[in-house]
Design a protein around this ligand. Structure first.
Ligand code: GRF
Length: 199
């Protein structure tokens, strides 16, 4: 299955997915990695000769134009699944129309707790003993789509935001790789089923 990745930062989650796809038995390949900025994370793809693109909000007249351009960039690589791995922009109707239902996001909290861009800081401020990682389908809201998988992560009393986020990312990396494998395997079996019924 063909997977596209969107990122905005260091891309450690994207790197974990790329490492998983190094195993020929893994049922997916990353065909493109895109960003809304010249993110360092694009390096993980470039080093592997995988196509990359940047689609900056500032490069377009307005957000709808950016959304259409992002949808077109992704469509150009015919992905079966789009993975938002630390992509810090809300996609719009053009991307959702094209990839809704096969567009997933990973979030460093146990949604619906702590949505938004400061989930780890918010969990620390709330004083919770347990937080975690969530992989969910993306809908028009901010971190509001149906949850696909979650994993709990303990908060240590002396954690600062960076330490807790790194521990959460370890869970996110495993959750993301497992969820991608499960989704593309399910997708493949459904294709096989339809092919069988065609005979
Ligand atoms: C991840 O925790 C992701 O859930 C959040 O930002 C982080 C991205 O990390 N949105 P990286 O860029 O993959 O290292």
């Amino acid at each position: 299955a063909r997977v596209a990745v969107l990122l905005s930062g260091t891309g450690s989650l994207c790197a974990a997915l790329l490492e998983a796809t190094d195993d020929p038995a893994f049922p997916a390949e990353v065909v493109v990695v895109g960003s809304d900025r010249a993110a360092h994370g694009l390096e993980h793809a470039r080093r592997r000769g995988i196509p990359t693109f940047t689609c900056g909000l500032g490069e377009h007249a307005d957000r709808p134009a950016w959304d259409r351009a992002l949808a077109a960039e992704l469509a150009g690589h015919a992905p079966d699944l789009v993975v938002s791995a630390g992509f810090m922009k809300l996609v719009g109707p053009a991307v959702l129309d094209a990839f809704g239902g096969r567009l997933i996001n990973t979030h460093p909290a146990l949604l619906p707790a702590f949505p938004g861009a400061h989930a780890v800081r918010d969990a620390l401020a709330a004083g919770v003993a347990v937080t975690g990682a969530t992989v969910h389908l993306v809908d028009a809201g901010l971190d509001t789509g149906p949850v696909l998988a979650q994993r709990e992560v303990a908060v240590h009393p002396d954690d600062d935001e960076a330490e807790l986020h790194e521990r959460i990312k370890e869970a996110e990396r495993e959750l993301l790789v497992d969820t991608v494998a499960a989704l593309v395997t399910a997708g493949r079996t459904s294709e096989q089923r339809t092919r069988k019924s065609d005979r």
